[in-house]
Design a protein around this ligand. Structure first.
Ligand code: NAP
Length: 420
């Protein structure tokens, strides 16, 4: 891999993107079958995966070094520069919720940087990764460039992470698993893309109807099984009733059912266990205060869109990652109160703020502790080329092919002394 030029690596990544594009519907249907996501979401994920591979090809072309001034007044004899070199073998461990695009976010940059990659997909969703591995090899990469290793994470994940031949671990998944992997990996490069408790502030200076529609879309998409799903909404008390009324209307209109049907907007949770866990957390939270506006019911494995309100900040639906179609709407009186609630959990991936006042937007930008602050959209906004990754328990490092390439290369410093 190290011997392939960046141009060749880029061409092969573009070829892989083209192959994936041609097999879009096959991949999308596979995603419905293995992850239970709706066909509409599955098509979108496949399109995003194509784009992520193309962005990785662009990132291959952008790998650069830099000269470093070493001269001082006593000695002008040295020339210094650094170059970026591949780390060697990257271990990519991926979760179930975006099995295809998140795998592309790791293998794309790893290959772009000139590494070999071992992909360990989630046991619930290994099929799209196996097909993706084939596509990469068909695009011209040597077979040694990619291995897809399936198996129970608890059994094989730590072994792979601890192996000294692996020089970089790029993990996306839950905080608890991430912490285990960090301990097993020891001294090597690490990227951790972990969970969150996505929050949105709705100020009175916004279009409430539009904000409500965006919040519901972003909280219920993929059954809420998105790391940047809207889980918490902090709304100014003067508009709390209106926002909740609008959100309830949106929730009532969501079509749930068979994910393979194009009209379905909400499909099943990944497992019965995940459904049970979400419903238990709702019950535990409601016992501490607040009320249910809509939902908190299941239809088979589908948790119907659920909106809670006025739940204490200490409750599980606020403090724990829900990873389910559940949104809690709490009121605030001052913006600083809302910001301290947003910052009041262990997580910090992304946050959204609805306001048309620049001053309010700037206070939020300056004070929210998150990887990204998104003005006039929800925390669920992501473009695959942007630097993406959280702070606190939401993770370490950034994805987005250009930024992931930096994390999957080492800086090698070269010093040329003109005379001994
Ligand atoms: P998970 O249970 O943590 O599993 C993620 C991956 O880690 C799976 O491949 C799993 O394999 C593997 N694994 C489990 N135990 C391991 C161990 N001891 N050593 C090494 N690997 C191990 O997460 P999930 O339920 O699939 O996904 C949901 C989580 O991912 C949520 O917390 C969500 O927020 C997070 N997520 C974060 C982002 C982000 O970009 N920040 C994006 C998407 C999802 P098995 O399946 O075989 O157990």
């Amino acid at each position: 891999m190290k011997k392939l030029s960046w141009k060749k690596r880029g061409e092969m990544l573009n070829k892989a993107a083209e192959n994936l594009q041609q097999r879009k519907m096959e991949f999308a249907e596979l995603l419905v079958k293995e992850a239970g996501k709706t066909i509409t979401d599955a098509v979108k994920e496949t399109e995003r995966a194509v784009n992520t591979l193309k962005e990785s090809a662009i990132a291959a072309a952008g790998i650069q070094g830099c000269t470093v001034p070493l001269e001082n007044s006593e000695d002008m004899g040295r020339l210094g520069y650094y170059q970026r070199v591949p780390v060697g073998i990257v271990l990519a461990i991926t979760p179930f919720n975006f099995p295809l695009n998140l795998a592309c976010h790791k293998i794309g940059p790893a290959l772009a940087a000139g590494n070999a990659v071992i992909l360990k997909p989630a046991s619930k969703t290994p099929l799209s990764s196996i097909l993706l591995g084939q596509i990469v090899i068909q695009a011209g990469f040597p077979p040694e460039a990619i291995s897809v290793v399936c198996g129970d994470g608890g059994e094989i994940g730590n072994l792979l992470a601890a192996d000294p031949r692996v020089r970089k671990v790029s993990f996306t998944g839950s905080y608890e698993t991430g912490k285990n992997i960090c301990m097993a990996a020891g001294v090597k490069k690490i990227t951790m893309e972990l969970g969150s408790t996505g929050a949105v502030i709705v100020t009175p200076h916004t279009d409430i109807k539009k904000a409500a529609a965006k919040i519901c879309k972003a909280g219920f998409a993929n059954g809420g099984q998105v790391c940047i799903s809207v889980q918490r909404v902090y709304v100014h008390t003067s508009i709390q009733e209106e926002l909740i009324t609008e959100m309830k209307k949106c929730a009532e209109q969501i079509n749930s059912g068979n994910p393979m049907l194009p009209e379905t907007e909400l499909g099943p949770m990944i497992t019965k266990k995940a459904l049970k866990k979400a419903m238990e957390r709702i019950e535990q939270s409601l016992q501490t205060g607040g009320s249910c506006v809509i939902g908190n019911q299941n239809d088979g494995n589908i948790l119907l869109p659920t909106i809670l309100r006025d739940v204490p900040e200490s409750a599980p639906v606020i403090q724990e990652e829900m990873f389910a179609p559940v949104i809690t709407v709490n009121g605030y009186n001052t913006l600083s109160e809302a910001i301290s609630c947003v910052n009041g959990t262990n997580f910090g991936l992304q946050a959204g703020v609805f306001t048309d006042r620049l001053e309010e937007a700037m206070v939020c930008i300056d004070n929210i502790e998150c990887g990204s602050v998104i003005i006039n959209d929800t925390c669920n906004f992501r473009e695959d080329q942007m630097p993406y990754g959280g702070v606190k328990c939401s993770g370490i490092g950034k994805e987005g092919p250009k930024y992931a390439v930096e994390e999957m290369t080492e800086i090698k410093m070269i010093i040329l002394n003109r005379k001994v």
